[in-house]
Design a protein around this ligand. Sequence first.
Ligand SMILES: O=C(O)CCC(=O)C(=O)O
Ligand SMILES: [Fe+2]
Length: 345
Amino acid sequence: MPNDQHSSDSAGSAPKVEATIPVIDFSLFTSDPKECARQIGEASQNIGFFYLRNHGIPQDLIDRMFDCSDQFFQSPVQNKSQHMIGPNNQGYSPLKSERLDVEHQTQGDLKEAYNVCKFSVDDDSTAYFVRGDKDDQERVGVFFKDLHKLAKEVLQSFAIALQVPESSGGRNYFDKSHEWDADSGTTLRFLHYPKQSGNPDTPLAGSHTDYGTITLLMQKDIAGLQVQASRVHKNVPWVDAPVIPNTILVNIGDHLQMWTNGLLKSTMHRVMYNPQQLHSSRYSIACFFHANDSTKFEPIPSPVITQEMRAEAVEYEEGRNMTAGEYLQWRLARSYNYDQPLEDA
Ligand SMILES: O=C(O)CCC(=O)C(=O)O
Ligand SMILES: [Fe+2]
């Protein structure tokens, strides 16, 4: 996993970064874990996003989750608002209530969302999301646990790519900081971008990096996600992240960037208006995978991470002095105004 990101960055021009998002066959994780790790490691130093095919999550379960999401979001707004989002980051987040690009957005994102956390899977808030259907509520739990398992396998690939020594946990290095039973910001988020005749220049979700370790994203039918190939060099173009059937898109979040002194990129991304949205809503489902709340981001014991790389992560230097839980609260507080969630946010 050599760090050659800057080798082509002479005379201050943008570095050559891979301009397409690779599709990785995740059956390699079982058949050839080293090769899987190599491909994931390479993608993560370039664009910071990659698709996984053969990821092991049943497509009919994903389809069912999109159906649940559709039924929920198509109901009247007063019916959606019983479990409103607050600092615990659970429940319903209305249209325009969140600004992902705090510095540039004058209005909130043109999306609504419903957040489920690990400890709310069995409670009223999730039952509410699935209209009281017990089978669907159980499916949400199975889906969330499946995604959690997949995310841990992807993190094993990162640990292999980072050559974490056996004495520090080897490929299982991240396991103890990502336990299902531990308190963490890990969240399953159902997103809906309502149909509209939008201004093509206004993001529906502002540019941002994700706050956790990695994010697993499923998109349905309508594209709109764009990725900036390098977050360090701002003058590189935005790249479309199309909907590729039967894949899950993975991206690196701020935790991994801090943990690796910037070797792995927490890539900037946004959602733009797609003309198809004149006729149809856009749906996506994101699983934000976070380290346990108490985790500190001490650089990972890895021969491929150097102190010099710390400069790459300088924007998030503040995060290093926080635990994972504090870091999430800090980021959420910047993008939400819980007391004034609608139109003017
Ligand atoms: O809806 C999408 O495709 C991406 C959403 C996203 O980036 C986010 O919620 O952090
Ligand atoms: Fe995101």
